[in-house]
Design a protein around this ligand. Structure first.
Ligand SMILES: Nc1nc2c(c(=O)[nH]1)N[C@H]1C(S)=C(S)[C@@H](COP(=O)(O)OP(=O)(O)OC[C@H]3O[C@@H](n4cnc5c(N)ncnc54)[C@H](O)[C@@H]3O)O[C@H]1N2
Ligand code: MOO
Length: 394
């Protein structure tokens, strides 16, 4: 059998099959969850003027310990027009502009008022400038704020808004077609004859793709017949076609020959990953194709490693790969085999514990797991307390 390629090689070959899709300008609320397509710079300085960070009184630090004479008020959006001269103070509220002449805030919990006479009643501000947000504290006009390829998280959307942007340049949504293959499969909830099985990969993939900027095209369940598969694949109009099942070496594993019958070129087939070895990828006209194995856990793991990263890559992500993190192993593990193991596991008492049975058909253990322990090929035995890499499940 041909040498299996590594997960990292397969991911790089997959990304090389297509560039990120076209750029469009969209309102902020549509940009959430996409990736920036161009640099985003500040259109204004934030804050534009020195502002108070607290409710209290605007004073000159040099006038401490007071008392002061109250000569006006500054509220957010309604600044005080006058000037604070020696001995003067202005009532001020959080977010309001610091009046000219003032340099410090006396918070109201440390002040006492008698008509327009203001007295310190407590420690008072420790330094000049206390509780004042200087102009440009957050950023200045023209500062680079978001780089191309960065994910538009809620915080970055808010940053773009406060920096003066109403629309952002992003890559358009990705059209993803999903197809389950297998004569044994019936739609979820449909009555089953002996030997038939509810189709679960389609709903799982749709759920995994739901948080991404994707428009789904559901091709449903395709039969194990090369003519039907070829016709269905040839009619696909999408950026990415994801199939499940029919990827292995059995007589009814027809996804590869059907793709090839449409003129598609398969770039790789079989990766050193467990579960998920029979995954394939290639290109059919303008559509990238990823053929996932049919076993539900294999489909889930390979979708995490290949489908979601490919959607991120097509969407312009600079950093499309899933990130592992370290965890502490709860018990011993035997040496690993020639494929990178992705073991269903759960956090308990601060350590990760591997499910006893790892059969790739078993969705119940997948559903009970909160992470996958990722072990490189040919890893030596591990002991309880060792550090291991994990991929979070969501
Ligand atoms: N002789 C060999 N046999 C197998 C090999 C091998 O190397 N040599 N590889 C095994 C591995 S590893 C995997 S993984 C499976 C994957 O095979 P296929 O992609 O061809 O998957 P199917 O045979 O179509 O289905 C496998 C299994 O999963 C069920 N299934 C399929 N699709 C769905 C779906 N949408 N929803 C729910 N369940 C689904 C299907 O009924 C089968 O039980 O091949 C091994 N064999
Ligand atoms: O790779 Mo298969 O996915 O081991 O069951």
């Amino acid at each position: 059998m041909a040498e299996l390629i590594s997960i990292a090689q397969a991911q790089q070959r997959l990304f090389a099959l297509a560039d990120p899709v076209a750029v469009e300008q969209v309102p902020l609320r549509e940009a959430a969850g996409r990736w920036a397509a161009e640099p985003v710079a500040a259109l204004r300085t934030q804050p534009e003027l020195p502002l108070s960070a607290m409710d209290g009184y605007a004073i000159r630090f040099a006038d401490l310990p007071g008392p002061w004479r109250l000569i006006g008020e500054s509220a957010a959006g309604r600044p005080f027009a006058g000037v604070i001269r020696p001995g003067d103070a202005a009532r001020i509220f959080t977010g309001a502009a610091l009046p000219d002449g003032a340099d410090t805030i006396l918070i109201q919990e440390e002040a006492r008022r008698d008509g327009t006479r203001l007295l310190r009643d407590g420690a008072g501000p420790p330094v000049a400038g206390a509780h004042v947000r200087v102009a440009g504290l957050d950023f200045r006009d023209g500062d680079p704020l978001i780089a191309p390829g960065e994910h538009l998280t809620p915080a970055r959307i808010a940053l773009a808004a406060i920096a003066g942007h109403a629309i952002l340049p992003v890559h358009r949504r990705i059209r993803v077609a999903i197809a389950a293959t297998g004569d044994e499969l019936r739609p979820p909830g449909a009555p089953l004859a002996p030997g038939q099985l509810p189709e679960s990969n389609g709903a799982m993939l749709a759920a995994m793709l739901a948080p991404l900027p994707v428009d789904l095209i559901d091709l449903g369940i395709l039969p194990d017949r090369i003519d039907a598969l070829t016709a269905a694949f040839a009619a696909v109009d999408a950026d990415l076609l994801v199939t499940t099942g029919g990827a292995s070496v059995g007589d009814h594993d027809l996804v590869r020959p059907a793709l090839e019958a449409t003129g598609a070129k398969i770039d790789f087939w079989r990766v050193a990953v467990r579960p998920g070895k029979p995954i394939m990828a290639g290109r059919m006209r303008d559509t990238v194709v990823i053929g996932l194995p049919g076993n539900p856990v294999s489909a889930h793991v390979t979708a995490l490693l290949f489908v979601l990263p490919m959607v991120a890559h097509l969407s312009g992500a600079a950093d499309p790969l899933p990130r592992t993190r370290s965890a502490t192993l709860g018990h011993d593990l035997p040496p690993g085999g020639p494929r990178a193991d992705h073991l269903r596991a759960v956090h308990r008492d601060g350590r990760v514990h591997v499910a006893q049975v790892q059969d790739s058909s078993m969705l119940r253990t997948l559903a009970a797991s909160d992470c996958l322990i990722v072990r490189p090929p040919h890893v030596p035995a591990s002991s309880a307390g060792d550090s291991v890499e994990i991929l979070d499940l969501f």
